[in-house]
Design a protein around this ligand. Structure first.
Ligand SMILES: Cc1cc2nc3c(=O)[nH]c(=O)nc-3n(C[C@H](O)[C@H](O)[C@H](O)COP(=O)(O)OP(=O)(O)OC[C@H]3O[C@@H](n4cnc5c(N)ncnc54)[C@H](O)[C@@H]3O)c2cc1C
Ligand SMILES: *[C@@H]1O[C@H](CO)[C@@H](O)[C@H](O)[C@H]1NC(C)=O
Ligand SMILES: *[C@@H]1O[C@H](CO)[C@@H](O)[C@H](O)[C@H]1NC(C)=O
Length: 546
């Protein structure tokens, strides 16, 4: 089984980071607690076909599919709000740490792993995938286990006189539970902002088992759950979304351009000057790498993905004016409906249909590691040439550069926990990805990415060097919890977590800590990069360190 391939080196490394948990004595209690509460879809027996199938189904990064990684003591599939609450409370009673999993796309596997030998239960939300669209109101309620593909499908098939859409990421198997919890950027974000910017209400199961909607949770907590990271505040059961309207026809293209390193650097330079200041209706991203799928051959190239909310004629005239270097030709751009453009940019096979968006399974799983940066000042051409040249030494590495500006820049940096607004030209994702587990290979890949990231340091944002929480990166630092609010070692969790917390949330970190302290003082919902609560000594004696 795919889910069980591993290199020895990594196994050893991960063994120290995530030693095997001992079997907790509390499992019979968990099973009877669940049954008594009407929850019947669960497994407390490892290595049964059901357990393996559910566990592996949404391990979306094969770096975390090795058999030596810690496995959950129980897998529970809640199917409604009461069973979600019962699952949370029974896990607490059985002293099991909770891992919530929606689509399983966490870059570091945090939705299905726990470090430090902590016994844990996986609450897989895949049964909670209902989407109810109110076309007249232009809103939708979405259960948090629904994938973006399931959401887009429901929105596009709703009975509405004008096409409805939603602004979120492009990969259809991404889960709304984790995605919206971290922000959620996509092809409509320059026009309509992040997914989190378009959340009107939510229902959360709090750490003590209460059902909280927006009115009951209050504006501070409602603020925190829209971008302050998944697995931290409670279990989001459902989101209420503001849908957007889009024209009947939109225009889309994918252009691969090859050439010398100097030529490619010139294209990237023209792109970075044009893309962040195009009209809001225009999304134009830039991929750079040595084996981009669109190039169809080895060697460095750039791929530009464009979506324009309007006719192709207009898209072409805008680009001829603002980005003539791209040389977009008439036959390279196509008009289609918005939902067809979702399929077009989904990464699904090119003969896929709208119904294929309903498939929760990610068919081509790879091993990958990602890191992120923000660019606030144009990178100079000589540096772009150095970048392309260095990137060309590792064909498994590539960059995805997403343009900001537009609606992204019109929100204030503290409107939501996601702070990367005005002043950011674009985001860079640094990725390295491989599909076969070559012994020793992955150590080399991770080291390469690390050195690349060092090289990029002077060219990107600093003070602190910002990162996007949905591109989770444990290299930025992590907190190893032993018991609930105490951390391994003698550090102060709030100051320790500030190191990575301020890179994801900048000036919003302290407010997140405050909200966490109020909703979850015992740190029930925690992972290696969850916001910590103030410890009781801090709460009762101000900020004096004992
Ligand atoms: C192939 C791929 C494409 C991507 N494309 C984009 C993109 O276009 N734009 C973008 O912004 N990001 C993108 N991402 C990043 C993605 O948004 C994050 O990885 C996100 O956290 C995934 O959500 P999930 O539900 O699939 O993940 P999960 O791994 O299930 O969850 C992620 C985190 O959220 C927590 N969580 C899950 N459900 C809930 C819930 N109901 N309540 C509370 N906490 C919960 C988990 O415990 C975990 O900590 C992509 C990732 C991948 C792998
Ligand atoms: C348990 O949940 C899974 C995922 O939703 C579903 O496929 C399966 O049919 C459920 N089993 C039972 C017994 O309800
Ligand atoms: C779809 O992909 C195949 C193989 O990758 C290619 O030959 C074909 O031209 C593509 N079709 C379209 C419409 O892009």
């Amino acid at each position: 089984m795919d889910c069980a391939i591993a290199s020895l080196l990594l196994r050893l490394l991960l063994f120290f980071l995530f030693p095997e948990p001992s079997i907790p004595a509390a499992l019979p209690d968990l099973a009877s607690c669940l049954r008594l509460s009407g929850v019947h879809n669960f497994s407390v027996a490892k290595n049964t076909p059901f357990y393996d199938r559910i566990l592996c189904f949404s391990i979306q990064n094969r770096r975390f599919s090795t058999p030596r990684l810690p496995r959950p003591a129980a897998i529970i599939l809640p199917h409604d709000l009461p069973s979600l609450r019962a699952s949370v409370l029974c896990c607490r009673a059985a002293s099991l740490t909770i891992r919530l999993r929606s689509g399983g796309h966490s870059y570091e596997g945090l939705s299905y792993l726990a470090s430090g030998g902590t016994p844990f239960a996986l609450l897989d939300l895949m049964s909670l995938h209902r989407v109810e669209v109110d076309a007249a109101a232009g809103t939708a309620w979405l259960q948090s286990g629904a994938t973006l593909g399931q959401l887009y499908h429901a929105v596009s098939t709703a009975d509405s006189p004008t096409p409805l859409a939603f602004s979120a990421g492009s990969c259809p198997t991404v889960g709304s539970g984790g995605h919206i919890a971290g922000g959620g950027f996509g092809l409509l974000s320059r026009k309509y902002g992040l997914a989190a910017d378009n959340v009107l209400d939510a229902v959360l199961v709090s750490p003590d088992g209460r059902f909280l909607d927006r009115a009951a949770m209050g504006e501070d907590l409602f603020w925190a759950i829209r971008g302050g990271g998944g697995g931290t505040w409670g279990a989001v059961y459902a989101w209420k979304l503001q849908l957007q309207s889009v024209p009947n026809r939109v225009s889309a293209f994918t252009l691969n351009r090859a050439g010398s390193n100097r030529h490619l650097a010139g294209l990237i330079d023209a792109w970075q000057k044009a893309a962040p200041v195009l009209p809001d209706e225009f999304y134009l991203s830039c991929f750079v790498g040595g084996s981009l799928p669109e190039s169809g051959r080895a060697g460095m190239s750039t791929t530009f993905k464009g979506l324009f909310l309007g006719p192709s004629r207009k898209a072409r005239s805008i680009l001829a004016d603002r980005f003539p270097e791209l040389g977009l030709r008439e036959w390279e751009i196509r008009e289609m409906s918005w939902i067809e453009s979702v399929v077009y940019f989904s990464g699904l096979k090119n003969d896929s249909s709208v119904d294929d968006l309903l498939d929760r399974e990610l068919h081509e799983k790879t091993f990958f590691k990602g890191k992120s940066d923000y660019v606030r000042a144009h990178i100079g051409l000589p540096d772009l040439i150095r970048m392309v040249t260095l990137l060309s030494t590792e064909p498994k590495a590539y960059l995805i550069m997403d343009p900001y500006g537009g609606a992204m820049a019109r929100r204030h940096a503290n409107d939501l926990p996601f702070p990367h607004r005005a002043g950011n030209l674009y985001a860079i994702q640094h990725l390295i990805q491989w599909s076969e587990d070559e012994d020793g290979g992955r150590e080399g890949y991770l080291r390469w990415l690390h050195e690349w990231y060092e090289f990029m340091g002077p060219l990107v944002s600093n003070g602190p060097r910002a990162a996007y929480v949905n591109y989770l990166d444990l290299d930025l630092g992590y907190t190893s919890w032993t018991t609930t609010t105490t951390m391994e070692g003698s550090g102060d969790p709030v100051e320790d977590s500030r190191v990575w917390g301020e890179r994801y949330y900048l000036g919003n970190y302290d407010r997140l800590v405050q909200v966490k302290t109020n909703i979850d003082p015992h740190n029930v919902f925690r992972n290696e990069q969850s916001i910590p609560p103030l410890t009781s000594s801090h709460r009762f004696s101000g900020h004096d360190d004992a």
